[in-house]
Ligand binder design. Sequence first.
Ligand SMILES: Nc1ncnc2c1ncn2[C@@H]1O[C@H](COP(=O)(O)OP(=O)(O)OP(=O)(O)O)[C@@H](O)[C@H]1O
Length: 639
Amino acid sequence: MNLLLRMLRYLAPSKGKIALVVVVSIITSFLSVISIYSILPLLNAVFETGPVTRTEATHTESDGKSRQEESMQKATPLKPAIGNGFVNFDELKKNALVTFQHAFHAETKERSLLNICLFLIAAFAVKNIFVYLNGQLIFRIQTKTAKKLRDDVFRSIIEMHLDYFNKNRVGNLMNYVYNDVENVNASISSTLVNFLQNPFSIFVYMVVLFALSWQLTLFAAFTSLLIFFLIQLVGKNVKGLALTFQTRMGDMNSVLQEKFNGIKVIKATAFEDVELERFKEFTRDFRTLGIKIQQMRNVISPLNETLLVAAIAGVLWFGGLQVFKGVMTANELIVFAFTLYSTMGPIKMLGNANTSIQIGLISVERLFEVLDAEAVVVNGTRSITGFSHTIRFEDVCFRYLKEPDAPNVLDHVTFEIKKGEMVALVGQSGSGKSTAVDLLLRFYDVDSGRITIDGVDIRDYDFKQLRRMIGVVSQEVILFNDSIDANIAYGVRDEIGHGRVEQAARLANAHQFISEKPDGYNTLIGDRGIQLSGGQRQRLAIARAMVKNPELLIFDEATSALDNESEKVVQQAIDHALANRTALVVAHRLSTVKNADRIIVMERGQVAESGNHEELLQADGLYRKLYEIQFAGKTERAS
Ligand SMILES: Nc1ncnc2c1ncn2[C@@H]1O[C@H](COP(=O)(O)OP(=O)(O)OP(=O)(O)O)[C@@H](O)[C@H]1O
């Protein structure tokens, strides 16, 4: 119930349109009845016997009553009313027919026939204009609601703390934004059609059916229910299989995404044939399932038709008997069959509505879970655009897993970065260097201790402003499929001109290679910057960090090795970037940090030692060991 109420809140901005749907639905339903009912005089006119001459027509007219009217009176003798005067269907039918008869009356029978045909066209045309109008209205309502929901879900996901993305697979998140919203979209349309539009149609069709013959209507209702029940029974099996098919289809998408993303590894290991064999196995299963579904569908279609024909035959048989008894005319039986056929559509939709609404509700529940997810990293209110003195880690402890026996990834870490200093974090892989950076950026919050900027806990600051004053070059270079210019100016495009972009590119040693590209700064670099070399990608990442002239530069050095030439150019770019700037460098190559004001050596989440390069070499501790390992590696490679 709560879910429905919340969904109604999403529909609230469209309440005007929803009211319009109701009005248009009522008009459409009445037009449907009028258009169907006009068939009866048409049939009466056509099935009147004998050639019609003008004299005859004039003669009948001079009698004050047309032959058609007479025959109609004959064909529809007064029958007893149904109920206790609530609805006198016979009167209703007779009046409707006489009204139509008068409306179409003309000098000749041919002319009357033409009038009826023209009216039929006009009535159906007007009705269909309203049907179109309703379709448009409903589509606008459902897409407006789905758009708002999709925007909200995307906002909610993109604002989520980083750990949320560690715990949720990308495919799953994409599912929320695409499939779940799509399900809700379909469900809204189905609900609107079924609860605003179809009830009116069914009601007026029912009135027509009862007016024509209440006995036949009851018989038809019983037969149809039986047939629908049988059809639903078969349909259920297909639905189950179709769901499995959809899941497999989703699996195939994930497999393809993974394989194409990892195409380099596949090629480098010459694994194409193995992957092809795996894929063939997958498509084999896929095909088998497809055949099963199609087999059922192929059975269902003729089966449904046979059952429907059986229902219609039943109605015609029962109706025929009514005609023989003189309870209804043959023409009325034809109109009855036509109306019954028109009623089937809305009733069938009503029957299917439940499934669509249930699927929609499951999706709504999942989406509201995303929307309700609480922020683990709570934003502060203090504004920050720069700092004057010190950034301090004060006895910081942190662990990713919050179980009591999980080890601390950072264990009582204390160090500081003074304004203008370059501080380096070094240590073996997994010692907690990147985690310290992530805490400073408030991707996560410390478990105990605190990080301060100019003495203020960073949890008090607005974290978006905090992040904006920090330029980050991370290990993994993330570029977008856009121009070089847009990639460098990412996030600050509206604030800076091309001059600043070029200046940053020069600082990052990137200007030259950019200028050599055919479109210069407007060159598109492909998905994830695939059209650039590793070194070029790194230099663009440096330019991106430099372009905002950050108060603090965080440099998480890439572990992937570049060739000597690229390494030299990238190192130069790093040196330019670090000059005269407060910087925190996570370094793997100790050559990068020789000039650092302070080097913090991390070991298993703790600060093992700190000092400058010379001091640490002399201390003869972990730093010296690491240095010697790297140095030995270099000399080995050189020899
Ligand atoms: N999202 C995460 N969830 C759980 N554990 C994590 C997560 N990220 C890192 N860790 C663990 O935390 C520890 C510290 O990782 P961190 O990335 O900070 O190390 P690092 O010193 O930067 O390593 P490297 O030099 O290899 O980049 C490692 O043991 C790692 O496995």
